[in-house]
Design a protein around this ligand. Structure first.
Ligand code: 5AD
Ligand code: SF4
Length: 348
């Protein structure tokens, strides 16, 4: 083990603030060093958030998107994608099914689809909250302050809005017409409005360097979010980035472990993108700092069309199978399924 690595790891173990140099050394871990980093992240996870794994039921209710992100299969220029929208009644039916299986949180996710006005979504959320004893997380992209406020008022508890990359040039190059600054402003809004906020980044994006990833971790720490989703870049065959290599599992797990070290109390999912790299990697992520799995509760007829990237994990599964698989993963990692809502406690 390199001396600088051992020293940085010791600082992390003592709960001291890691410098940019520390993060760089830790992210550059070789195989043997990685094992020590993962062990520490697992210990910190156990100490701060315990053995519970939260299962958040994911409903991908529309794959229409006004965005045109170069890495994403839902981009509006992808004319080969069959588009769908679930009706509010269908969404409610899926949510009932997810709650019946045991999900204490329902995540409503879609592309940036203005078809669902904030009023329609607010009505849906308040009905769901009335009918089911669940927390509601939204993952529907950029909206106005007034819309976020209305949705919060209706009962939404959490919001996921990733910064994707901390490099402002890369951000604008990959997400045409948008800026990192705007995105960070929205994340700040969501916090102000009282949402528990989730963010996160993609590991292995074309044009990303080790320094970018260090910047990603620093940004994550600075934001002090309650949740962070970290997953690999998966090249999409129907996107302009289809020929670039995917992010590596090792790099994802190291980034995840660092996220746990800088945000000890955060809820960190073993993401679907990570599971897409290799079926066993969800269980590995649970041992590198993760404490959340988001089983897919999207009904089968739509599931294949929520094609953010190819080869997505769980494509042919019914919601029941996805849920059972998540429970098995939790057990195989020697952990237990949480029964409470798993609200964040902040990172202050
Ligand atoms: N690889 C990995 N993650 C992706 N996302 C979009 N496209 C890809 C891809 N090719 C993720 C982004 C975004 C969410 C919709 O999916 O992080 O927040
Ligand atoms: Fe749309 Fe989000 Fe995909 Fe961008 S990443 S194209 S905003 S779904």
């Amino acid at each position: 083990m390199r001396k600088a690595f051992a020293e940085a790891l010791e600082r992390a173990a003592d709960g001291r603030e890691l410098s940019r140099e520390d993060l760089q050394v830790l992210l550059g871990a070789d195989e043997q060093e990685s094992a020590s980093l993962f062990e520490l992240a697992d210990e910190v996870r156990s100490r701060f958030v315990g053995e519970d794994v939260h299962l958040r039921g994911l409903i991908e209710f529309s794959n229409y998107c006004a965005g045109n992100c170069l890495y994403c299969g839902l981009r509006k220029n992808n004319r080969r994608l069959v588009r769908y929208r679930m009706s509010p009644a269908e969404i409610r039916e899926s949510a009932r099914r997810a709650a019946g299986l045991g999900c204490r949180t329902i995540v409503l996710q879609s592309g940036e689809d203005g078809f669902y006005t904030a009023e329609v979504l607010a009505d849906l959320i308040s009905r769901l909250k009335e009918e089911l004893d669940v927390a509601i997380t939204l993952s529907i992209g950029d909206r106005t302050w007034a819309e976020y406020a209305l949705l919060k008022e209706a009962g939404a508890d959490r919001y996921l809005l990733k910064y994707e990359t901390s490099d402002p040039c890369l951000f604008s190059a990959l997400r045409p017409g948008t800026t990192l600054e705007e995105r960070l402003k929205r994340i700040a809004w969501l916090k102000e409005l009282g949402y528990q906020v989730g963010s996160g980044n993609i590991v292995g994006l074309p044009g990303q360097s080790l320094e970018t990833l260090v910047g990603d971790i620093l940004l994550l720490r600075g934001m002090g979010v309650e949740m962070a989703g970290i997953g690999p870049f998966i090249p999409g065959d129907r996107t302009p980035l289809g020929r670039f290599p995917p992010g590596t599992l090792e790099q994802v797990l190291k980034t995840l472990a660092l996220a746990r070290l800088v945000l000890p109390r955060a809820h960190l999912p073993a993401t679907t993108a990570t599971a897409t790299l290799d079926a066993r990697s969800r269980a590995r992520a649970l041992k590198c700092g993760a404490n959340v799995i988001m089983p897919n509760m999207t009904p089968l007829p739509y599931r294949g069309d929520y094609r953010i990237y190819p080869g997505k994990d769980g494509l042919g599964e019914m919601p029941e199978e996805s849920y059972a698989k998540a429970v098995r993963t939790v057990k195989s990692a020697g952990r237990r399924v949480a029964r409470d809502f798993g609200h964040g406690y902040g990172n202050l």
